[in-house]
Design a protein around this ligand. Structure first.
Ligand code: CTP
Length: 476
């Protein structure tokens, strides 16, 4: 059931000010895009408000800005005829109604003023082309020239014009179509899907940043596999994330097969989305197996192996982030570390879980530990119910052990109880490799559980190890 009544939303302060400003300036204006679509679907919070003015969008924006107490300075983009206001967590964007003509080489259009109808024509999808009047004569009236309402009701993504025109005008829309399908659980109309398949190569004119923005939005949908399967079927994924396509397929040699790591990956992503809203953890799930394609080997005695895929995968994360102009910062390092360590908890959960293995895991994973276990739990995609139960149970044990080991041994953010300074002072040493040797021996002994993570035990081990390599205490 669509929520076709706009009266309640228009009661909100920001819309009241919009309505008053429209009346005062006498500039014919409409709400368009996501705010209308999401209100009809009963899913929006009206935080991003797009307004189209038949006339000067900038003039209207200035009038609205004046009437909004405490708004940040207005941003005006004269050459595009647009303006933006941010106020109390709400973003308002104003644009003059336009006809646009695009060239094949660029997605920067030549802007020519137009009517509301012209403006609706040039929009991406019928469900995004619905307009709601802000004008006194027909306030709240829905203007729907392309049966967007019907498409909303039928959950269909369809372009207002011939899809080839809409997608060649702005190829980013191919990714938007797929993102909306995944986000809203809609179907892309067949004609539209064919047009995407025919135009995939045009995605190259879109900036990497905008592509990534759409990938991020797709990853943030409740079931991203819907989107990623469409990306794969249309051929877009091959152009954007070929590393994932490489994971597709099952090979068989001497009757031995391995799982299809592409579909497995998508299952892992869907699983993790049930437990986290962390975009970067979702990225880690998407990329956790990318090293499997280049490391895949068949050994007649052991079957298929992917030795070192975690290490190779983490290197590939860097290349992929760089290629897509994604941030090469701590977010990328976080994804790399998760990929690098993605098999570690699995190994320790396979059999009896030893304290030493847990201590090492806690030490090596540090801050990412919880997320790493979450990733490993999402990685359980076996269809065998007994195994499924057993693996999940083992991770429960790992989680319990982590709590126990942490309470007892305080391994996370490990600070050695005997420091290099102390060793230098005690044996009267200048910086040298012997200090590292003793420090490492203490750390190893703590992680192996041979001594507790305490000063006295560590000090005694320092004496022992010092003696072994012929060091004497200062003053002896
Ligand atoms: N639009 C378009 N083509 C694009 C981007 C946007 O036609 N490549 C139009 C659509 O009418 C869209 C509106 O501009 O509804 C606003 O765009 P945007 O704010 O990016 O998207 P929303 O539809 O509002 O949805 P969301 O906020 O979820 O991205």
């Amino acid at each position: 059931m669509l929520n076709k009544n706009f009266d309640n939303i228009l009661q909100k302060k920001v819309f009241q000010i919009l309505l008053e400003s429209v009346q005062r300036t006498d500039i014919e204006s409409y709400l368009v895009g996501g705010v209308v679509r999401d209100h009809l679907l009963g899913r929006g919070k009206a935080k991003d408000i797009d307004v189209v003015a038949v006339g000067s969008g900038i003039e209207l924006a200035k009038a609205v800005h004046q009437a909004l107490p405490g708004a940040r300075p207005i941003q005006v983009f004269k050459s595009y005829g647009t303006a933006m206001i941010q106020w109390e967590g709400i973003t308002l964007e104003f644009v003059g109604a336009r006809k646009e003509s695009y060239t094949r080489e660029s997605r920067n259009p030549k802007v020519i003023s137009g009517t509301l109808e012209d403006d609706q024509n040039r929009r991406d999808f019928t469900v995004n082309a619905l307009a709601v009047s802000l004008n006194p004569k027909n306030k709240g009236e829905l203007i729907d020239p392309f049966n967007g309402l019907e498409d909303l009701e039928k959950s269909i993504i369809k372009t207002p014009l011939d899809p080839t025109i809409t997608y060649t005008d702005d190829p980013l829309r191919m990714l938007r179509a797929i993102r909306f399908a995944s986000q809203l659980n809609f179907k892309i109309e067949n004609k539209s899907l064919s047009a995407i398949k025919e135009n995939v190569e045009r995605i190259y004119i879109i900036s990497k940043e905008r592509i990534v923005e759409e990938l991020n939005k797709t990853l943030m949908t409740p079931k991203p596999s819907d989107g990623f399967l469409l990306l794969e079927q249309t051929g877009l994924l091959k152009n954007i994330l070929p590393e994932l396509i490489q994971l597709k397929g099952i090979e068989e040699i001497e009757g031995q097969t391995h799982k299809d790591n592409f579909y497995h990956t998508l299952e892992v992503v869907d699983n993790i989305c049930k437990t986290t809203e962390n975009l970067w953890l979702r990225w880690a799930a998407l990329l956790h197996d990318i090293g499997k394609a280049p490391t895949k080997k068949f050994h007649p005695k052991i079957g298929w192996t992917f030795h070192g895929h975690e290490f190779i995968g983490s290197k590939m994360v860097y290349k992929l982030f760089k290629r897509l102009k994604m941030p090469l910062n701590e977010k990328m390092k976080y994804v790399q570390k998760l990929v690098m360590m993605s098999s570690r908890p699995i190994v320790i959960s396979e059999d009896t879980v030893s304290d030493a293995a847990v201590r090492r895991l806690v030490f090596d994973a540090g801050e990412i530990l919880e997320d790493l276990i979450t990733l490993c739990e999402a990685d359980i995609t076996t269809k065998n119910p007994n195994r499924f139960r057993r693996y999940h149970n083992n991770f429960k044990i790992v989680r319990q052990k982590i709590v126990e080991v942490e309470e007892r041994d305080r391994i996370r953010n490990f600070q050695p109880p005997v420091t290099g300074e102390m060793i230098m002072k005690y044996f009267n040493l200048k910086p040298c490799k012997e200090i590292g040797f003793i420090k490492e021996a203490i750390k190893e002994a703590i992680l192996e559980g041979e001594i507790p993570n305490e000063y006295e035990a560590a000090f005694n081990l320092m004496l022992k190890k010092g003696n072994e390599i012929g060091l004497v205490a200062d003053g002896e």
